[in-house]
Design a protein around this ligand. Structure first.
Ligand SMILES: Cc1cc2nc3c(=O)[nH]c(=O)nc-3n(C[C@H](O)[C@H](O)[C@H](O)COP(=O)(O)OP(=O)(O)OC[C@H]3O[C@@H](n4cnc5c(N)ncnc54)[C@H](O)[C@@H]3O)c2cc1C
Length: 442
């Protein structure tokens, strides 16, 4: 049996190793980039699930519950499996009472996994990109691969798509997510341009729900500039302590709607120019998010060239923002209404409403930080069954020979956010197990 895996992030590395150890005769891992590891290498390494299914459903209410259950039920054993084959987790705490899981060392995990894959006889090809899927009489019979050597056909009994979704394709992000003009900064590896997703649609795969959703972070807006290694540090994670206003000086989202601020980031992607301002007072600057103070995150924004304005009064701040195109009367009206509502304990009556932790913006000095949304990965992707078999649009049956893992599996966290690393690890294992079981003897 010959298994081809497209994509060498955590999902593809996991699928390759699992297929090898389950007895696939030949496993070939194609990686478009110049290194394995995908976005995992830039990540914080927290791999997690919500602590129970009730919380999972509440935090990602539009997601496919059978896939959520798969993550919830298989994460712990999958982490054990990974630790036995790579390096022990740094900790088994996630620091979030809503979740359980572990923190991995991305660089060491990728290095040991890749080493184990090649020493077990599988092959990893770098700068080798899946171009398209090739259909045979009974389903997918292999892939076309482009590399420095040209374009070749790789036959496969099972093809596992682990190519990371389409977050790095400005065109696909405009079409499916922004649904209009504009471009989001990519907070991920640059190679996830939707090749696997588009190739699967071309052989009749069914797209999942949530194609207009993404996971990302609000980052300091351009001209801020920083390398991928700083993606974690530059993230502006304090929307819940700020008042977020758009270029019209209006609030546009509930800043405290969810713990990961995914809803706020998504809403920012639909604001004029894909920009917003986080307005803070001195008390908000002292608040802490994950061991860091808000002030520290604002200082990072300034260090990387982001726009940070400061003033001794709200009028003074509005005057400075007027120089950036924000109408001052409108902004002051927004802030006055906000402060009045919170003073009366009526944040929930604001439009949009304001969930906790909410505080009035009243103690000088005041600060405004310009932010822009970035995309880490897409939420929509391919529809799969609970064995990660890609489903056909017509009829909903699995397409023989085609599997998906990681970000390519769509619809898990629609309406919220769940761990991308957990989806990579759990679905990577499940896809390989199905691929080997379905094609044994081939
Ligand atoms: C800054 C940052 C912090 C993060 N922190 C966390 C965290 O703490 N916890 C968490 O759960 N998640 C986190 N994430 C998200 C997490 O890293 C991703 O969800 C996860 O790594 C996705 O794994 P994947 O294997 O599905 O995709 P990827 O890691 O994106 O891998 C896809 C791979 O496919 C390759 N590829 C693309 N197209 C092709 C093609 N045509 N042919 C062959 N190969 C192709 C790409 O080069 C890439 O290597 C973070 C991400 C970032 C960027």
């Amino acid at each position: 049996m010959r298994v081809v895996v497209a994509g060498g992030g955590l999902a593809g590395l996991t699928a390759s190793l699992r297929a090898t150890e389950l007895g696939a005769d030949e496993v070939i891992l194609l990686e478009k980039g110049d290194r394995p590891g995908g976005s995992f290498l830039y990540s914080s390494g927290y791999i997690w699930s919500y602590r129970d299914m009730q919380t999972f459903r509440r935090e990602a209410p539009g997601g496919d519950s059978s896939l959520q259950r798969l993550v919830f039920e298989q994460l712990e054993s999958s982490i054990r499996w990974l630790e036995e084959r790579s390096v022990p987790a740094l900790t088994h705490e996630t620091g979030n009472p809503l979740t359980f899981g572990a923190r991995l060392d991305p660089a060491r995990t990728v290095e040991t996994l890749a080493g184990r894959i090649t020493s077990s006889g599988a092959r990893i090809y770098l700068r080798a990109a899946l171009e398209s899927l090739v259909e045979g009489s009974g389903g997918v019979a292999g892939v076309r691969v482009s590399s420095d050597g040209g374009s070749d056909f790789e036959p496969a009994d099972a093809t596992i798509l682990a190519s990371g979704g389409f977050g790095s394709s400005p065109e696909l992000v405009r079409r499916y997510v922004i649904r209009g003009p504009g471009e989001m900064r990519v907070r991920a590896n640059p190679w996830n341009t939707g090749d696997g997703f588009i190739a699967a649609l071309a052989v009749g795969a069914r797209p999942s729900a949530g194609l207009d959703e993404f996971y990302g972070r609000n980052l300091p807006a351009p001209p801020a500039d920083f390398p991928p290694e700083e993606f974690v540090e530059v993230s502006q994670l304090y929307g819940r302590y700020a008042v977020a206003v758009n270029a019209n000086g209006e609030r546009y989202a509930d800043e405290g709607a969810d713990w990961s601020e995914t809803a706020l980031t998504r809403a920012t992607a639909h604001q004029p120019g894909l920009r917003a301002w986080y307005i803070l007072d001195s008390q908000a600057l002292q608040r802490k998010v994950r061991e860091r103070s808000v002030e520290d995150m604002v200082a990072t924004a300034r260090r990387v060239g982001g726009t940070v304005l400061r003033a001794g009064s709200l009028e003074g701040l509005a005057h400075k923002l007027a120089g950036r195109g924000v109408p001052p009367e409108k902004l002051l009206h927004t802030l006055e209404g906000y402060n009045a509502a919170l003073a009366g304990g009526e944040g929930g009556k604001l439009s949009p409403p304001r969930s906790g932790p909410a505080a009035a913006v009243r103690v000088p000095p005041f600060v405004a930080v310009e932010v822009a949304p970035s995309i880490t990965h897409t939420i929509g992707g391919l529809s799969v069954d609970a064995g990660c078999r890609v489903l056909r649009q017509a009829g909903g049956q699995p397409i023989p020979g085609l599997y998906a893992a990681g970000v390519e599996v769509g619809g898990v966290s629609v309406g919220g956010y769940t761990s991308g690393l957990a989806a990579a690890l759990v679905f990577g294992r499940v896809a390989a197990e199905s691929a080997v079981a379905d094609n044994r003897g081939a």
